[in-house]
Design a protein around this ligand. Structure first.
Ligand code: FMN
Length: 297
């Protein structure tokens, strides 16, 4: 369990990109909710990342497979930061956010000067936190290797926001240096996907035309989970553990020292599993749990 300075406490999170811009799911995920197979109220949700200006990225809504591929035990994506921009979000989504129903964290990306502006635009909405995406493997910026920029980003957001901050890092960052500097700025650390070149150095990515993409899910566990261990030994900032694929992974991630669990690419492959696993973890009985385990997986 992670408890923020504003009182919000959570154990289960949905990762940025998993459930759209409002934490309720992408349009194609809505039927799962109607069937009660996915229950968004069980999670603290992180929105798909927003930038100050609209960003085209690689996603085309008419053909998501252009930049997302299922792997054996995982997903590789090169979506990039496709999003309609923060002004769109403030007009269309922000007013209906109700964190009593679905606690929402907004994920933001940009240069430190842009990141200083964005929290002010978000201030009037009912959010429980902000997440700084400092680790998208599908951008052409230097954010993965520019430690000073990551630290400046945290300072810029903190100075302009009353909300608790989550910093999203990746295996490519200089962890020791960053955590030393952000100890008093961020209240949790989350973990991003792993560049294809790191996960599979000797194999060509199916998304090589987009730079290879980021690997998540089971295929990313050796990397994301060793990052949990590294973070836990280097900082007292609570870590949110990713890459859960099977029910037992929840306990494995906890044993590594994570204080909360995030569900990301598992939603693409097995949309019902996060709800099923959380209910099972909390000891809540579900009729369809039995149904699915007997008939499908
Ligand atoms: C299709 C897709 C889109 C994603 N979009 C974002 C994003 O906009 N911002 C972000 O910080 N992470 C994004 N991610 C990364 C996830 O939030 C998560 O950090 C990553 O998948 C690792 O967690 P997992 O192994 O549990 O999936 C995306 C991942 C996928 C598969």
């Amino acid at each position: 369990m992670i408890k923020f300075s504003n009182g919000h406490a959570f154990e289960y999170m949905t990762a940025s990109g998993a459930l759209g811009f409002d934490g309720k799911g992408w349009p194609w995920e809505r039927p799962w909710q109607w069937l009660k197979i996915f229950d968004p109220t069980l999670f603290t949700s992180v929105t798909k990342t927003l930038t100050l200006q609209p960003t085209e990225g690689n996603l085309r809504w008419y053909n998501p497979l252009r930049c997302i591929r299922l792997l054996h035990g995982g997903v590789v994506n090169a979506v990039g930061l496709s999003n309609p921009g923060i002004a769109w979000w403030c007009e269309k989504i922000g007013p209906s956010v109700d964190s009593n129903k679905i606690p929402l964290v907004v994920s933001i990306f940009g240069e430190p000067e842009e990141l200083a502006e964005m929290p002010r635009m978000l201030d009037r909405f009912d959010l429980v936190g902000l997440e700084i995406d400092a680790s998208c493997p599908n951008t052409k910026t230097d954010i993965l290797h520019n430690t000073a920029r990551v630290i400046a980003s945290c300072k810029a957001v903190k100075e302009n926001s009353r909300l608790p901050l989550i910093l999203k890092l990746s295996v490519s960052h200089d962890i020791e240096q960053i955590v030393k500097e952000v100890e008093n700025l961020v209240e949790a650390i989350s973990i991003n996907s792993v560049s294809w070149a790191i996960a599979f150095p000797n194999k060509k990515s199916p998304l090589a035309n987009f730079g290879g993409g980021g690997v998540s899910g089971k295929a990313a566990q050796p990397f994301t989970w060793s990052l949990i261990e590294k973070l836990v030994t280097s900082t007292s900032i609570p870590v949110i553990g990713p890459s859960v694929w099977e029910f037992d992974d929840i306990e494995k991630v906890r044993k590594l020292g994570a204080k909360a669990i995030s569900f990301g690419s598992i939603f693409l492959r097995y949309p019902w599993r996060p709800t099923l696993y959380v209910r099972k973890d909390k000891g809540i009985k579900t009729w369809w749990r039995l149904y699915f385990s007997l008939h499908f997986f």
